[in-house]
Design a protein. Structure first.
Ligand SMILES: [Cu+2]
Length: 273
């Protein structure tokens, strides 16, 4: 089992740390649940819109102080590099079922296509190859109470081609969506997706791709968040402003967008390899 996975399990074992009344989620029973609850509560405000990348950058960053302070982790933050095994992600070291992976594919469980609601859009996700219990890796059946495995299906999200314009924001957002739907199962549900520990590895890569794109022309791209306030710009709304507040529902202090757009400024100071 990888050290990172061990730490993820440790957070599941820790009691909630935030004020659950503030979190509006009194049913949470662990520190990890708090992250899942905040992501769920904020889903309609922070996906497929202009705060998507920056809100998730900060959300990811909030997870890491926990690993360092509560779990005394001192190593680097891993990410799932989609580019290495994009033709068959089951061969990725993240998902190959080996001892240091997150898990293998789920057992095949007979199911139809997934008719998915993405906030205000519908999407049909083709049949995957798993969906059943996790049988390999640290979350395998018998060692963990959540058993929904991957449902791998390489996804190119053609139904989302009606983004407002063809921009870098669109391209990055499609990579995010394609990666999540390729994993399938819980990741098919944008609201509940933080319940799958794969989200941290997937979103690490989303953030890395955004940081690489920003770094190619930081002066021009630092504040190019690329979209409006409403998901899919439906109904049409104004583009997000640099002084927009990002809210984390009691998990952490609000921050302004302009303070968290660079990985080498504000609270962060990190680089990706
Ligand atoms: Cu999200």
């Amino acid at each position: 089992m990888s050290l990172w996975t061990r730490l993820r399990l440790a957070l599941e074992a820790l009691p909630p740390q935030a004020n659950t009344t503030t979190l509006q989620a009194p049913a949470v029973t662990s520190r990890y649940d708090e992250f899942v609850a905040v992501h769920l509560l904020k889903t309609n405000d922070v996906h497929y819109n202009g705060v998507f990348f920056v809100w998730h950058r900060h959300f990811l960053w909030l997870y890491n102080p926990d690993l360092r302070n509560l779990c005394r982790y001192t190593g680097p933050v891993p990410y799932w590099d989609w580019t290495l095994n994009s033709d068959d992600p089951r061969n990725s070291t993240v998902f190959d079922g080996s001892a240091c992976s997150l898990r293998g594919n789920g057992e095949y469980y007979p199911h139809g296509v997934t008719d998915l609601s993405l906030i205000n859009k519908h999407l049909i996700v083709a049949l995957g190859t798993g969906r059943g219990c996790v049988t390999e890796g640290p979350f395998a059946k018998g060692t963990w109470t959540g058993h929904i495995g991957n449902d791998f299906n390489i996804t190119d999200v053609p139904e989302l081609d009606d983004f407002p314009t063809s921009t870098a924001w669109d391209a990055l957002n499609k990579l995010h969506t394609a990666g999540g739907l390729t994993i399938g199962s819980l990741n098919n549900d944008v609201y509940a997706s933080a319940g799958d520990p794969a989200i941290w590895l997937h979103h690490g890569m989303v953030d890395r791709a955004w940081a690489i794109w920003q770094g190619q022309d930081m002066e021009a791209r630092r504040y190019q968040v690329g979209a409006t306030r409403t998901p899919f710009n439906d109904p049409p709304s104004a583009r997000v402003a640099v002084d927009e507040f990002l809210d984390f529902t009691g998990l952490a202090e609000r921050v302004t967008l302009k303070d968290v757009t660079s990985t080498l400024d504000g609270p962060y100071w990190y680089v990706y390899e």
